[in-house]
Design a binder for this molecule. Structure first.
Ligand SMILES: [Zn+2]
Ligand SMILES: [Zn+2]
Length: 248
């Protein structure tokens, strides 16, 4: 494992060491640290991050907080959104916002275990499993914010990515694969969109705008319609007027 990408500059410790009780003897302290040594190793192997953090916080010098990480010579700050290695399918790497950056020192080897607490976004592929009809209006570059958070190994962070509002995204001249947008939240328990009813609906099919699809505007009522919904081919689009069924 390579931790060289870690910036040594530590943040002011937010966590304050608990005052030792005056009765605790040297032996007791030794026993505690021996116990935490074993537990840290085992919890690390089992990837039980929350328990690991709890134990590390109990021993001075094992727990540290940071305000940024360095990935491939680039600094990623707290609060930035990042692509996280999902293991096998790279086109479906995870996306989350970094809420906390910490390191835990392995007491025997003094190696640093670096973790990030991330708040997850859901992708199109995940939400259409529960709502197949949303395939029509959800963009390939669209993300849904969730309230769900997890600790991940900092080394699984690939690079930072940009998340725009829907309007900003539509106004962009060029769209790179690392550019996403967010306009709705996703309730992970209920498997539902949040705020969907507030979105403006377009076309005769009454769906929220999908920036991936092509639209034509009626020259009378100025409403926007999907090309497919009005039986238009893209090559038919020219300067001639278009009138929707209602206005014809
Ligand atoms: Zn339509
Ligand atoms: Zn019209």
């Amino acid at each position: 494992m390579n931790y060289s990408h870690w910036i040594k500059k530590a943040m002011k410790k937010k966590y304050k060491q608990k005052k030792e009780s005056p009765t605790s003897s040297t032996i007791t302290k030794k026993q505690i640290s021996k116990q935490s040594m074993i537990s840290i190793r085992e919890l690390y192997k089992a990837q039980k991050w929350e328990q690991l953090i709890k134990i590390a916080k109990q021993t001075k010098g094992l727990f540290e907080e940071y305000d940024c990480i360095k990935v491939q010579k680039k600094v990623i700050k707290l609060g930035e959104s990042v692509l996280i290695n999902s293991g096998d399918a790279h086109d479906e790497d995870y996306i989350g916002t970094i809420k906390q950056i910490i390191s835990i020192k392995e007491p025997t080897t003094l190696k640093l275990i670096c973790l990030c607490r991330v708040q997850w976004y859901m992708r199109k592929s995940e939400v259409i499993k529960s709502h197949p009809k949303s395939n029509e209006w959800v963009s390939d570059q669209e993300l849904f914010q969730t309230k769900h958070e997890d600790y991940i190994l900092a080394q699984t962070v690939i690079h930072s990515c940009q998340i725009f509002t829907c309007k900003e995204f539509i106004d962009l001249d060029e769209i790179e694969s690392t550019i996403y947008f967010n306009r709705l939240s996703w309730d992970m328990e209920k498997k539902q969109f949040q705020g969907l009813e507030k979105l403006q609906k377009f076309c005769s099919c009454q769906q929220p705008v999908n920036p991936d699809r092509k639209y034509v505007q009626c020259d009378s009522c100025h409403q926007w319609y999907h090309l497919e919904c009005v039986g238009y081919q893209e090559r038919e689009l020219d300067d001639s007027d278009f009138f929707c069924k209602i206005c014809l």
